[in-house]
Ligand binder design. Structure first.
Ligand SMILES: [Zn+2]
Length: 55
């Protein structure tokens, strides 16, 4: 069980708020949300990311 890597980078979709890892993002070409396909992604380091205002 080596699932908890400290400081692991995560990415969050600004549209649907989906959190995903780099591996998940590599499933699709380019940088986009694997769930909804949105292209605006922010990097975050913890699952409890601060909410970013997206208008
Ligand atoms: Zn999304």
């Amino acid at each position: 069980m080596t699932h908890s890597a400290p400081g692991r980078k995560m990415y969050m979709c600004l549209r649907c708020g989906k959190l995903f890892s780099k591996e998940d993002m590599e499933l699709t070409p380019g940088v986009r949300c694997p769930k909804c396909g949105y292209r605006i992604i922010v990097k975050t380091r913890s699952p409890s990311a601060k909410r970013i205002k997206a208008r």
